[in-house]
Design a binder for this molecule. Structure first.
Ligand code: HEC
Length: 173
């Protein structure tokens, strides 16, 4: 008799514990996406973006604000589509043409602002701007509309501006 009641208590306990665990798990799962965006450690610490930050949009130096969520989205796109050749802002197949601020500035025309960086991504050109090249990844309008490619470009520029080690050989994104 005592064994029986012990068992039933235990099973009630187990059932309650399982139900509780399910509630906790689903609460975490539903809260996670919103949280991950603003609390991504890389965005906060390496990109120093706890609030919207200015990114240069054209050669004359105008800027536009991008939120931590925009940069997070840009980082996600970068991780999905560019990282294989550009880990940590480097360019593995062609190390001198990295995504560092210095390298972007040195290109013709300079690629250190949103408009020209996007123009490059739409049609990758040689470093001296003289001819199209085919070993970087072309980003078509159909693949990433303007609004999406802007976030990717903003991520790259913010990283080039402030992330320690971005574009050098020993950076680990
Ligand atoms: C298959 C490898 C590969 C992939 C994938 C790739 N790239 Fe590249 N990328 C290169 C190479 C190689 C160069 C140097 C090209 C040259 O010789 O001018 C380059 C150059 C660049 C440059 C010019 C850097 C400078 O200093 O002027 C930018 C910007 C760039 N890539 C962005 C991107 C973005 C954004 C993506 C993802 C959508 C991407 N790349 C994906 C190989 C790649």
């Amino acid at each position: 008799m005592s064994l029986f009641s012990f068992k039933s208590v235990k099973s009630v306990f187990v059932r309650t514990a399982i139900a509780f665990a399910l509630v906790v798990v689903s609460a975490i799962a539903s809260a996670a996406p919103a949280h991950a965006e603003t609390s991504d450690r890389y965005i906060r610490e390496f990109l120093q973006a706890k609030e919207p930050v200015p990114v240069q949009v054209n050669p004359s130096g105008e800027t536009r604000l991008f939120s931590p969520d925009d940069l997070y989205e840009g980082k996600r796109l970068f991780m999905d589509h560019c990282i294989n050749c550009h880990v940590g802002g480097s360019t593995l197949p062609s190390p001198t043409i990295s995504l560092s601020e210095e390298a972007l500035q040195g290109a013709t025309p300079p690629r250190d602002n949103l408009d020209s960086l996007i123009a490059y991504m739409r049609e990758p050109m040689s470093y001296d701007g003289s001819e199209p090249i085919y070993w970087c990844r072309e980003v078509t309008e159909r693949w990433m509309p303007q609004e999406t490619i802007e976030k990717l470009a903003a991520f790259i520029l913010r990283a080039a501006n402030v992330a320690p080690g971005w574009g050098s050989d020993n950076f680990d994104l």
